[in-house]
Design a protein around this ligand. Structure first.
Ligand code: DQQ
Length: 552
C-alpha cells in the first residue's frame, strides 16, 4: 500500500489537530467488524501527514450518554494550549447529545488517554429539532467574549431544510443557543458533519478557525448531506453579530452548488495546521463494493490523501484543494513525456508500470474544432463516447489489453450561448453491453479482435458510475490534471484543484503492474498532451506505534 491509507478504518475523520509536534487523526471506527456499528474513536499520529502510527482506540461507548456510539466530533485548541473535544454521543434510546472530553494527561504529546467530563452530556437536542437530528459539533471559534460551536440538524417544518445551529459557550460546559440558524437551505435534509472556517481571499495562507471576519476574509460553510452522501460547500460572508452566514452566490448555496469532490468523499473535516499555517481537509472514502466483500477482506474504507484548501483568487468562486506537499516525498522513479500528439480516436501507452502513481498532465486543444452543446459526464456515454472535442485524458489502473481501466478526462464543449464549457469526468463504469458484446465475440470465434473495455473492473457486485462536473478554465490556461493512483483508489484534481473526483475501483487483472495510457476519443481534431510526468510512489509505512517511536 502506498500513500495515506488506513486498514480497518471505518468512516468519518474526527478531531484532526496538531498537538505538541504530532498530527493526530481520530476516526469513526468499529473494532469488531468491517461494517458500521459499535462506533468508537480510532487514533493515529504522524509527523508529516503521510507516515502514520496507529495508537490504541481513544474513546469507546462506555457511558449512558454514548452507549449507542461515540460519534463524530471536533477538537478546539484553546489559547492556553489545552485541548477541548466535543463529540456526539448516541444514547441507548438513540438521542443525540453532545459531550465534552479532554486529554487525561495534557503533557502526553500522544494524547493516549482521554477523560469524559463528569457533567456530560453538556448539550441535549433543543425542542425545535428531532432527537435523532442533532449531531457532529464543529471546532469552536472565538467571537467577542465567547466560543461558538456549530451543530448540524434539519427542519422538516421548513420543507426538509438542512440547518446549522450555533451555540455560545464560555467554558464548554454551559451553552446558549443563538437565535435563528446560522444558515439553512430548504430541500437539503439533515446536515451532518458541518464545517465552518475562514479563508483568506488575498493570500494562500491558512487561517485559524477563530480568525475574525474582515474584507480579506470569507467563510466557508460545508455540510455532508445525509440524503445524497456528498459534501457540499459554499463561500460567503459571516456576520457574527446577526448569527448569520450568506453565500456569495445564492444559486450555488450549500447542498445545491459546489461539492468538495464529485466522486466518493464524505463526512470531511478541516483543521488549521499552525506548523505550516495551512488549512488541511480530511475526507472519508467508503467502499463501492458489497458489505459481503468488505467482511470477507476484513476491512473497509479509506481516508483520502489530506488536502490543503485555499480560496481560488483567480476565479473568486471556488476553493482549491491539493494533496499536502509532504506526499511528494514519496515520489521515486519519475518519467516525463512531452508534446505527445493524440490523433482523433487514438490510445497511446505510456511506458510506466506500477500500482501506485502520482501523475501530472497538461493538455492543449484546438478550439476551432468546438461544436457540441449539452454534454454531461454521467449521461453522454462516459469515456467510450465520442464528441467533437472529447473525451480525452488518461486511462489508469488499466491492464495491458484495457479490459479494465479507469478513465480520467476532459470534454470541451459549447454552451447554448456560444461560450466554452469544460467538463472534468471520471469513468469507473462496467458496461454490461460490452460484456455481452465480448461474450458474443467469443461465441462467434472472433478471437484476436480488438476487445472493448469493461472499464474499471471485471468484478461483479460493485456500484460504479461516471462522475463529473464542469470545471472553470480561464483564458490562457492549459487543461491540467493531477491523478493520485493507488491499488483501489483514484484521486483526481483538475485545474489546480478547482474540482476533484475520487473513485474506488477494484481491478482484477493488473497484478501490481498497471498500465497507463493517454487517449483521445474526439472526432474533430488532435489534442496535444504538452507534458505528462509520472512518478512511482514509495510506501508510506503505516503501522502500529511501538516504544521506539517515542524518541522520533
Ligand atoms: N457518522 C457518524 C455521525 C455522522 C455520520 C456516526 C456521518 O456522527 O453524522 O458514525 O457519516
Amino acid at each position: 500500500m502506498c500513500c495515506v491509507r488506513y486498514e480497518m478504518l471505518d468512516s468519518d475523520p474526527n478531531a484532526p489537530v496538531y498537538y505538541e509536534g504530532w498530527y493526530h487523526l481520530f476516526y469513526q471506527y468499529n473494532p469488531d467488524s468491517a461494517v458500521w456499528g459499535n462506533i468508537t474513536w480510532g487514533h493515529a499520529v504522524s509527523h508529516d501527514l503521510v507516515h502514520w502510527l496507529y495508537l490504541p482506540v481513544t474513546m469507546v461507548p462506555d457511558r449512558w450518554y454514548d452507549a449507542n456510539g461515540v460519534w463524530t466530533g471536533s477538537a478546539t485548541l484553546l489559547p492556553d494550549g489545552r485541548l477541548a473535544v466535543l463529540y456526539t454521543g448516541s444514547t441507548a434510546e438513540s438521542v443525540q447529545v453532545q459531550n465534552l472530553a479532554f486529554p487525561a494527561d495534557p503533557t502526553d504529546p500522544l494524547l493516549l488517554s482521554w477523560a469524559k467530563h463528569g457533567e456530560n452530556p453538556v448539550l441535549v437536542p433543543p425542542p425545535e429539532v428531532q432527537a435523532k437530528d442533532f449531531r457532529d459539533p464543529t471546532t469552536a471559534w472565538f467571537v467577542g467574549d465567547a466560543w461558538h460551536v456549530a451543530i448540524g440538524s434539519k427542519n422538516d417544518t421548513r420543507r426538509h431544510a438542512g440547518i446549522v445551529l450555533v451555540y455560545r459557550t464560555v467554558d464548554f460546559l454551559k451553552y446558549e443557543l443563538l437565535p435563528g440558524a446560522l444558515h439553512e437551505v430548504e430541500g437539503t435534509g439533515m446536515w451532518e458533519c458541518v464545517d465552518f472556517y475562514p479563508v483568506a481571499t488575498e493570500s494562500a495562507t491558512g487561517l485559524d478557525t477563530s480568525a475574525p471576519a474582515g474584507p480579506d476574509v470569507k467563510h466557508v460553510l460545508k455540510a455532508s448531506l445525509d440524503d445524497d452522501k456528498h459534501d457540499y460547500y459554499a463561500i460567503g460572508r459571516y456576520d457574527a453579530s446577526r448569527n448569520s452566514w450568506e453565500p456569495d452566490e445564492p444559486a450555488a448555496d450549500v447542498g445545491i452548488g459546489l461539492r468538495y469532490d464529485y466522486g466518493k468523499f464524505y463526512a470531511s473535516k478541516t483543521f488549521f495546521d499552525p506548523a505550516k499555517r495551512r488549512r488541511v481537509l480530511w475526507g472519508w472514502v467508503g467502499e463501492t463494493d458489497s458489505e459481503r466483500a468488505d467482511v470477507a477482506k476484513g476491512w473497509a474504507s479509506l481516508q483520502a490523501i489530506p488536502r490543503t484548501v485555499v480560496f481560488d483568487q483567480k476565479t473568486g468562486s471556488n476553493l482549491l484543494q491539493w494533496p499536502v506537499e509532504e506526499v511528494e516525498r514519496l515520489r521515486i522513479a519519475g518519467k516525463e513525456f512531452a508534446n505527445v500528439t493524440l490523433a482523433a480516436g487514438s490510445v497511446v501507452p505510456l511506458d510506466v508500470g506500477a500500482a501506485t502513481l502520482d501523475i501530472v498532465a497538461e493538455f492543449t486543444v484546438n478550439k476551432s474544432a468546438l461544436a457540441d452543446v449539452g454534454y454531461n459526464c454521467s449521461t453522454s456515454g462516459g469515456a467510450a463516447g465520442r464528441g467533437a472535442l472529447g473525451p480525452f485524458g488518461l486511462l489508469v489502473l488499466a491492464d495491458r489489453d484495457r479490459l479494465e481501466q479507469t478513465a480520467v478526462y476532459f470534454y470541451v464543449g459549447r454552451r447554448t450561448d456560444g461560450g466554452i464549457t469544460t467538463h472534468f469526468c471520471q469513468d469507473e463504469l462496467r458496461h454490461e453491453l460490452y460484456i455481452i458484446k465480448v461474450l458474443l465475440m467469443n461465441l462467434n470465434g472472433f478471437h484476436g479482435c480488438k476487445l472493448p473495455s469493461f472499464r474499471s473492473s471485471l468484478a461483479g457486485d460493485l456500484a460504479k458510475r461516471v462522475y463529473g462536473s464542469l470545471v472553470p478554465v480561464l483564458d490562457g490556461e492549459t487543461l491540467s490534471l493531477r491523478i493520485m493512483v493507488d491499488h483501489s483508489i483514484v484521486e483526481s484534481f483538475a485545474q489546480g484543484g478547482r474540482r476533484c473526483i475520487t473513485s474506488r475501483v477494484y481491478p482484477t487483472r493488473v497484478y501490481g503492474q498497471t498500465q497507463i495510457f493517454l487517449f483521445n476519443n474526439a472526432t474533430a481534431g488532435d489534442v496535444t498532451c504538452k507534458s505528462v510526468k509520472v512518478w512511482q510512489m514509495d510506501s508510506a509505512s503505516i503501522r502500529p506505534f511501538n516504544d521506539g517511536d517515542h524518541s522520533t
